[in-house]
Design a protein. Structure first.
Length: 244
């Protein structure tokens, strides 16, 4: 069986985004070079009995966002975290997105919790700490965020690759072969506006200027390209050299 990239779907986008664009696996796959798209296989992991592929069958893992909270510690979350830990130990390339970023942090010995700085949503400025072969350039660029939880404590050996005003751990290299981004590379400006609209009642209650958030929502091409850069590096037999 040919190895594939398993997209571990930890949840679903807000309904209008899903109706227009598909699930997280479709959103992420759309960002890849066309030659890579058929190699991505979405797997719903939100049931405790969900089948997880053998690590020998996959060439890489991508873990998606979710409306759930990693702090819930449900059976399926614990099972996927153990799977991710084994994947990283096996030196498979792994990319965590938002919820997946937090889950990866916990799987490797860190801790996720409610962000003490509060909810972060909308198009915000990401400030890289260095140039990186997966995260991208060293200059600041825009990213789309929607999260309440954060990876508040990092595992041993993890390196911060960038931050935003409300998220000090916005991009992390957890291990030589494992990355996480708190932002959503798969959400363009339209999808971000749909997320803001879906959260409007709660955002109004929390005192956000929803109209301003909606106006400022935009495409984030540099953030989106993280998925293509990750995919292009997957076949490399010298991962460490290629990402530097």
């Amino acid at each position: 069986m040919q190895a594939f990239v398993a997209v571990l779907c930890a949840g679903r986008p807000v309904p209008e985004v899903e109706r227009r664009r598909g699930g997280f696996d479709a959103l992420l796959t759309a960002l890849c070079p066309e030659a890579w798209r058929s190699a991505f296989v979405g797997i719903d992991v939100t049931e405790s009995a969900a089948s997880l592929p053998s690590l020998s069958e996959v060439s890489a893992l991508v873990v998606t966002g979710s409306a759930a909270s990693v702090t819930e510690r449900t059976a399926w979350m614990l099972r996927v975290e153990e799977y991710l830990k084994r994947a990283v130990e096996a030196r498979l390339p792994v990319l965590g997105v938002c919820f997946g970023h937090q889950m990866l942090a916990q799987a490797l010995g860190g801790r996720a919790a409610k962000n003490p700085r509060g909810r972060e949503i909308g198009t915000v400025l990401f400030e890289p700490s260095e140039k990186d072969g997966v995260i991208g350039r060293a200059e600041p660029f825009a990213v789309n965020m929607t999260h309440v939880d954060s990876a508040v404590e990092l595992p041993s050996g993890a390196r911060v690759l960038g931050r935003t005003a409300l998220e000090p751990h916005a991009a992390i290299r957890f291990a030589e072969n494992a990355y996480g981004v708190q932002y959503h590379p798969e959400l363009d400006g339209e999808s971000m506006r749909l997320y803001i609209g879906a959260r409007k009642a709660q955002l109004d209650f929390e005192g956000f200027d929803v109209e301003a958030l909606t106006r400022s929502a935009s495409d984030t091409p540099e953030a989106a390209s993280v998925v293509a850069r990750f995919a292009e590096l997957v076949p490399s037999l010298d991962w460490a050299r290629r990402v530097r």
